[in-house]
Structures are given as C-alpha cells and as structure tokens.
Design a protein around this ligand. Structure first.
Ligand SMILES: *Cc1c(COP(=O)(O)O)cnc(C)c1O
Length: 426
C-alpha cells in the first residue's frame, strides 16, 4: 500500500502541532512508521488520503459501534445544526437523552453531560470526594480514566502504596492522594483500604479493562470491590467510558450484576461527537451545583449537536434488540478464526475477549493485569500491526489497546481479516 500523501500530511502537521497529532497514540510511536490520514469513512471501512480502503477495528476508539457515518446519526446532526449550534442555555434534547440514558442504565437516577470521558472521570472523582468528605482515591495500574492529574500516576517505589506522577506537570501533592492497586487482586485492594482507614473517597475502575488490552474482571472481583466499598464507606466508580452502551444496554453494571455508586460515560454515548457523562443515585448527584456544593460546569456541555448524535445513537441501541447478540457472535467468529490461524502457524498468543471487545497478546501466559499485559508488547505485535495494515486491516497502533467490533462488519469482512492474519504469519 502507498502512504505517500499521509506521510506528506504528517510532515506538515509536525510543524504546527506537537508531534503532528492531537492525541499521542495516533502518532504510531509504539509501532513505528507514520500515521495514516483518514479522508472519509463509511460503515466498517476507512478510506485514507492515498485512496486505500482499510477495515477499521478502532472505530474512533469505541464510539462507532454501529459503523461510520451511520445515517440516522448523520441526519440528526445535520438537522440540528440548521437550528443553531450552541446556546449555553437549556434545550429540550438534553432532558430527552438524560431520560433515555437513565432508563437504560441500572441503578442511576440522574446524569450530567460533559464533553469528554476525561471530564466525566475528573468530575465523578470530585463529586465522590465532596460527598464523602475524603481525599484519597484508589485506581488500578493500567486502567485509563483520561488525562486529568489525579489519574496520571504510576507506582511509587518500594513498599509505598501511593503513586508518583507519571507525567511532568502532575504535582507530588496530587500524586499522594492516588493509591495504586493491582487489577484483579482483591487482597491488594483490601490491604490498601485497611492501611488508609476512613480516607478513601472512591475506588475508580474500568469494570472491563480496555486500555491495557482487553482484560475482563475475574469471577467475583467486581462483587468483592462492591463489598469492600460498602465496608469502608467508599464509593465505587465504574468508568464505563468504553464499556457503557457497548457490553450491554446497561453496560458492565448490567452484564455483571454489580451496582456502582457513580458511573462515567463517553465514546458510544456521544455517537461520535465529543460527549462524556457521569451518573448516579439522586442523593449523590444532587450534591452537584447548583443544588449541591460541588462545582462542575461547561460552556459546551449538553451541546445540541452532540446531544442529537448521542440521543439518536442510544435510541438505535435501545430499539435493536439483537444488537449485542450479533456483536457477540461476530466477535466470537473473529476470535475463533484468528485462534485457528495462530495455532496452525505456532505463534505464541493469548486472546482476551468479552462482548465486542477483543485483544490478541503475543505470549502464551494469561493476561490478567498491567504486568501480564506487558508480555505481549513485543516485536511480534509490531509485525502483526504493520502486516495487517499492509493487508487492508487497521487495528490500534499499540499492544495496550483493545479492538472494537462494529455491527457494520460483515462475515466477509471478518473472513478477510482472518485471511490477513494468515498472510502476516505465512
Ligand atoms: C477513552 C477513555 C477515557 C477518556 O475519554 P476521553 O473522551 O478520551 O477523554 C476514560 N476512561 C476510559 C475507560 C476510556 O476508555
């Protein structure tokens, strides 16, 4: 494939945008090479600036669960735009999407809309701190909750459980309030809670981790967190920015039958426009301004175009009773096909999969947390990525990312993808 125009565009971008991109993973740093520039997309396909067609397994990192340029969403946005694009005043559509979201998600009474997953998680943590009058939070190594300061924390040295900044610009003061735990390790969480009695406002977690590859929670893990939170007066925050409206209508809460105290959303809920949201029971949500004391605001929050895209997306998901079953079946088909090829070619691998999220790790060992996810971050992955790309299949340019299956994928597309995997290892 030819990437001449993409390379030129990237060179021009590098002059005026740091690293040429507005979000680092797009720059291909962990796989080498230069990024592909998209010209347009429809259904399961991307068309790049050099005229190549690629089957897309990133899908804007999740939102395009029904495929690109999904007609009802496009129409809704176009129609709304004609009526004005932003007012900074209440509009009826905000209540419509809120009511629908609250009816689809278990255990939440109220929801507030923001502009990104980052904002949603940042705001949920502030609310949890305000509500509990405690300052510390627990997050899990390898889970991503956006780029706000409290989450850009890595493991501290030695025996200390509090983290240290993993980006310059994040202060030690902020880092000391974020305690780091190991995913799927309940004993570790218990120990951290017991050594910080009465101090932990919230545990925030991706109920299915999707930002260190796909790592589902082990049996009893989420239930265990729920019990520990109840015992310690700590709020449980499910970051469902990735899993919300993807794993089930009601997200991971519904799938696993575990109630969180606060839930954050992004990606699918915006139908491809910049939307985030956080939701919970009324007693907690009413702690927000203007009724409560915890401040949170946004000039473009609840923007009519974004709400139109999100509302249409949720309506489609709500209407289509077989959507999640179809997505499951397509993902299972893809997994089976890839598994067969890799076994035949004697490539060491592990595949993690749940619903429409799937990851291939190039190591035979089980992947259950951040450390084990690192096993598959190797030369084989780079070869796999570039090989698939050369064969018309676009997966995320990092071994720490999940593939997202869209309903627009046909079984022919899946067969094409499995064929591409076969070519890469032949
Ligand atoms: C993508 C993501 C975020 C951040 O959302 P942005 O819209 O990129 O700010 C937060 N949490 C999870 C689980 C995500 O996958």
């Amino acid at each position: 494939m030819l990437y001449q125009r993409s390379s030129q565009l990237f060179a021009e971008a590098e002059k005026v945008i740091p690293g040429g991109v507005n979000s680092p993973v797009r720059a291909f740093k962990s796989v080498g090479g230069t990024p592909i520039y998209v010209k347009e997309a429809k259904g399961a396909y991307l068309y790049d600036e050099d005229g190549n067609r690629l089957i897309d397994y990133i899908n804007s990192w999740g939102p395009m669960i029904l495929g690109h340029a999904y007609q009802p969403v496009v129409d809704a946005v176009v129609e709304k735009a004609k009526l004005g694009t932003s007012f900074g005043m209440p509009t009826e559509i905000e209540t419509q999407i809120a009511a629908l979201a609250v009816s689809m998600v278990p255990n939440v009474d109220k929801i507030r809309f923001v502009n990104s997953g980052t904002e949603a998680c940042m705001s949920a943590v502030r609310l949890a701190r305000g509500f509990t009058k405690r300052e510390k939070i627990i997050k899990f190594k390898g889970c991503y909750h956006g780029h706000s300061d409290s989450f850009l924390i890595q493991a501290g040295s030695g025996a200390v459980t509090f983290g240290s900044p993993n980006s310059p610009g994040v202060t030690q003061g902020t880092a000391k309030d974020t305690l780091l735990a190991t995913y799927n390790d309940l004993e570790n969480v218990k120990m951290i809670l017991e050594s910080n009695p009465g101090e932990v406002a919230a545990i925030i977690i991706e109920p299915v981790a999707g930002n260190m590859g796909c790592i589902p929670p082990q049996e009893g893990f989420l239930q265990g967190l729920r019990s520990l939170c109840d015992e310690h007066g700590t709020l449980l925050i499910f970051d469902e920015v990735m899993t919300g409206f993807r794993l089930a209508r009601g997200g991971a809460q519904e799938l696993f039958g575990v109630n969180a105290d606060l839930v954050t959303f992004g990606k699918v809920i915006g139908g491809g426009l910049p939307v985030g949201a956080f939701a919970g029971r009324a007693e907690i949500m009413d702690y927000l301004a203007p009724v409560g004391p915890v401040y949170q605001a946004g000039t473009l929050s609840g923007n009519p175009l974004a709400m139109a895209a999100g509302l249409t997306m949720l309506q489609e998901i709500e209407r289509d009773k077989n959507l999640f079953k179809r997505l499951d079946e397509k993902t299972a088909y893809l997994e089976k096909g890839i598994r067969k090829v890799l076994e035949e070619k004697q490539v060491p691998f592990t595949i993690n999969k749940i619903g429409s999220m799937i990851s291939v790790f190039f190591d035979i060992r089980e992947v259950v947390d951040f450390d084990t996810a690192g096993y598959g971050n190797n030369e084989t992955f780079k070869k796999f990525f570039h090989g698939l790309l050369a064969n018309g299949v676009y997966i995320a340019p990092s071994s720490y990312e999940t593939w997202f299956i869209t309903d627009a994928l046909t079984y022919d597309d899946l067969d094409f993808t499995i064929g591409a995997v076969d070519k890469v290892f032949s």
